[in-house]
Design a protein around this ligand. Structure first.
Ligand SMILES: Cc1ncc(COP(=O)(O)O)c(C=O)c1O
Length: 302
């Protein structure tokens, strides 16, 4: 069984024993950036792309990352090895860099260095019901932070906006939220990108969301299958015409949405297990993973 492991500035422990000081700015202010990747058959998936996105988050947040790609590779690898995963078990790896410990002072210049945290655990189990029939989304009243206030491409340790929106959706019986911005444009879910089939075209919102690596991968896979994805603004009122809906993230991959609760209480229903374009996406993604494993045998971590 995979052991859950914590790594804090080089100290590796059981996850339950991992500690950071209360004066760490990651804890005090959510002043941190992070990434999550997973392994497939023991091989880390998109390590470089995640590190590049971390650098972009840090740049947008004006944060200096004093670790090289090799440093992060070594730290995540060290934590992964301590998890003692067997060949058939895959792991979830979250690494987070905070602006470090300092006085209680918002000024980032008050920080003294930075903190590197790695969390390794088993990849979350797949709930079969989330794939067939699929999940329920609800559009909450709460709006996504404006991109002019907090750029969603800063993948930071501050998820309060998403947490409050998720809580509102959960209260209505949904599994996740589908957040709008102040101009009633569709943005994303609490921790995944959203997709629709509108007018027979595959569409995913361009603005107001994190540029998901799963989304990027799937745009490419659809393209190779001869389907052009429209990355564009999506207005809330367009959703009534959607014939399919699904979400994507590194850990959920492609997950169909069976029901979408609208603001006025109405509920849209989609095909159980996903419509044709959703099922195609699930198939293409699964095929890509199998190919990835075959062509990266030598990069196995465990
Ligand atoms: C807010 C948000 N949007 C989208 C995503 C999907 O990104 P990815 O496909 O890279 O996992 C995530 C993943 O954590 C997220 O937190």
């Amino acid at each position: 069984m995979v052991r859950s492991i914590g790594y804090v500035n080089g100290v590796v422990t059981d996850l339950a024993d991992a500690r950071i000081p209360v004066l760490d700015r990651g804890f005090l202010y959510g002043d941190s950036v992070y990434e999550v990747f997973r392994t497939y058959c023991g091989i880390p998936f998109l390590f470089d792309e995640h590190f590049d996105r971390l650098l972009n988050s840090a740049k947008l947040a004006g944060m200096i990352i004093p670790y090289s790609r090799e440093d992060i590779y070594a730290a995540t690898h060290q934590a992964a090895m301590a998890a003692h995963a067997d060949a058939g078990e895959d792991i979830y790896v979250r690494y987070q860099i905070t602006r470090g410990v300092g006085p209680i002072d918002l000024n980032p210049e008050a920080s003294q260095g930075s903190t590197l945290i790695v969390i390794v655990k088993a990849v979350p189990g797949r709930n079969p019901e989330h794939y067939d029939p699929g999940i329920t989304l609800a559009v909450p009243e709460l709006r996504r932070n404006s991109i002019n206030s907090l750029n969603p491409n800063i993948k930071s340790g501050n998820y309060l906006n998403n947490i409050i929106a998720l809580a509102e959706a959960r209260k209505s019986g949904a599994d996740d939220c589908l957040m709008l911005d102040a101009a009633e444009q569709v943005t994303e879910c609490s921790n995944s990108n959203c997709w629709f089939v509108l007018d027979n075209k595959v569409v995913t919102p361009e603005d107001g969301n994190l540029n998901g690596l799963t989304r990027r991968t799937l745009i490419d896979l659809y393209g190779r299958a001869g389907i052009r994805v429209e990355l564009r603004r999506v207005q809330y009122e367009e959703l009534e015409n959607a014939t399919e809906c699904f979400i994507t993230s590194a850990t959920r991959e492609v997950m169909p949405v069976a029901r979408l609760k609208l603001l006025d209480g109405r509920c849209l229903h989609f095909e159980n297990g996903g419509g044709p374009r959703t099922r195609l996406a699930m198939g293409l993604y699964g095929e890509m993973v199998r190919e990835f494993v075959q062509t990266h045998e030598t990069s196995r971590w465990h």
